[in-house]
Design a protein around this ligand. Structure first.
Ligand code: ARG
Length: 283
């Protein structure tokens, strides 16, 4: 990467930031997926799975790499670094101290890449793109709260980013980040798991997305992190899903690329968590 710029800011050509799993494992428990999995991820298999994901993403997008650091095993989940919009980044403020140690590395990367960094007050958790996803036009931000990101961050985000922010309350601890259960696709379709939201939030989603644009995934696919999808154009890259859901996505014109990501599921993450969007959404 040439120093001083990613070339990704303000660019709508797909680009993502990934971090190799050199120091990845489950070393603490901060979500239900990690329970019973401490030290249970296989480093060799995690590396193979990550390489396969990296190769799949490289076929449809530019991928920049963040240098892995020892002692911060969840740093592979770059979606939690922050949220990019119009060439600026809002840096994450992690809810858990274990992940808070990643913040300086993300901040340094953004700054070295020439991306201006905004920060939130230390007492207000916000976990980046893990809990904040734009509609394809880039005008509306869907923001999750309830487990990691605090509701109070949403109004601050609206002020910093100058966009409409719609809050969605997450109620199932297995779907603790918005990107584990909600994925606005580029063509205006939505992949989501309705039971992860409270009734009011479901009503907000249904008011925005007509029924024929909503793909409500069944629980087994939701538990396979089907909603945790990376998408670039018509390509959707995700963990292994049911043939029925793959057919549904293909019928809507998507090319479905399935990459086995079981080692990362042990930490509560999959394809989308492993990629931070660097390109601009919308026009
Ligand atoms: N173990 C990580 C955590 O609990 C997983 C993060 C997954 N990232 C995401 N964007 N959903 O924070």
């Amino acid at each position: 990467m040439p120093s001083g710029t990613t070339g990704a800011s303000r660019d709508t050509q797909p680009a993502f930031l990934m971090c190799p799993p050199r120091f990845f494992n489950v070393q603490y428990v901060i979500n239900p997926w990690m329970e019973g999995n401490v030290h249970r991820a296989s480093p060799g298999e995690a590396a193979r799975q990550w390489n396969a994901l990296h190769a799949a993403v490289c076929r449809v997008a530019r991928v920049l790499l963040l240098a892995p650091e020892p002692g911060v095993p969840d740093m592979v989940f770059t979606a939690n670094a922050g949220l990019l919009h119009r060439g600026r980044a809002v840096l994450s403020r992690f809810c858990h101290e274990e992940r808070g140690r990643e913040e300086p590395f993300y901040q340094a990367w953004f700054q070295a890449a020439g991306i201006a960094v905004d920060t939130l007050p230390p007492e207000i958790p916000f976990e980046g793109e893990g809990d904040a996803l734009f509609t394809p036009d880039g005008k509306r931000l869907w923001a999750g709260h309830g487990w990691r990101t605090h509701l109070r961050s949403h109004a601050l985000l609206a002020g910093l980013l100058g966009c409409e922010v719609v809050s969605l309350r997450l109620v199932d601890p297995r779907f603790y980040h918005l990107d584990t259960c909600f994925c606005p696709l580029a063509n205006g379709d939505l992949l989501y798991f309705p039971a992860a939201f409270d009734a009011e939030s479901r009503a907000r989603i249904e008011a925005w997305y007509p029924k024929d644009r909503r793909i409500a995934v069944a629980e087994p696919d939701a538990l396979a992190f089907a909603c945790n999808a990376v998408h670039a154009g018509r390509t959707v890259i995700l963990n292994e899903i049911s043939p029925a859901l793959a057919d549904e996505l293909q019928a809507r014109g998507f090319e479905v690329v399935q990459v086995r990501l079981g080692e990362f599921l042990k930490a509560g993450g999959a394809a989308k968590c492993l990629c931070l969007r660097l390109h601009e959404t919308g026009a």
